[in-house]
Design a protein around this ligand. Sequence first.
Ligand code: BV8
Length: 233
Amino acid sequence: MKQDFENIVILTGAGISAESGLATFRGAEGLWEGHRVEDVATPGAFVADPHLVQRFYDARRAALSTVEPNAAHDALARLDAEWRGELLIVTQNVDDLHERAGAKRMLHMHGELRSALCLGCGERSRVEGDLIEFPPCPECAQQMLRPDIVWFGELPYEMERIEQALMRADLFVSIGTSGAVYPAAGFVQSAKYRGAYCVELNLDPSQGSIFFDESRMGPASELVPAFVDELLG
Ligand code: BV8
């Protein structure tokens, strides 16, 4: 791998948190924590059965206190701290493992379990416990808090900031994602189009593997620390 990179964009997906014990989306038979994605991760699902959806996200939020960042999260946090050029970690994950590992230059394009969105006033607020009881919004006191998660059919967060970073990147790294969901799955094509060197670190080839200059297969906890060592040379 050439070494004179300046500006890095890193896209992460559920695979980077798998070794911490959090389920990925495309596990056995396409069921996700026992649910079909369309039954729990769409605005229609929330309208149809708000309690099912709240319970689904309450359970995943509660699970955060039972897991820890793994060596891959730690390696990216080290890279974030030591990399003198531009760096942006764009995670599709809604867990808090990147920030708990110490990552700073990062964003959650699909929202966060630890955040709630008020359907009354539109404010986002930190949430520790459950939303199933519809607690009052800290901003407007209305009891209309939903998970602050970008569901299918909803616009991901900070797309402008992501596009800007992709325009300036000379290295794009995709870690632990199947490349199944857009717009995230299209970032490699944007990066490639602008001449970035594109590397994929994954347990098995993603749907966009053909767009990458390099695909390294294996568990993130092994591949990512080694890759960061290479970059920090
Ligand atoms: C939008 C939050 C428009 C939920 C998520 C056709 C073309 C283009 C788009 C579409 C289309 N048809 C429909 C669409 C739109 C849709 C889409 O892409 N659908 C897909 C199914 C085709 N996209 C959307 O709806 C997006 N919004 O398009 O908005 C718009 C425009 C204007 C105005 C309004 C709207 C929003 C999508 C966001 C949905 N929310 N997450 C939650 O978490 O509860 S998506 C969710 O699945 C993830 O966030 C991620 O983005 C996606 C894929 O999951 P992965 O993270 O990749 O995980 P997965 O299990 O799939 O793969 C794990 C990988 O890790 C595997 O490759 C595995 O090999 C690897 N792995 C496993 N273990 C390890 C490992 N790797 C390393 N080490 C290990 N140990």
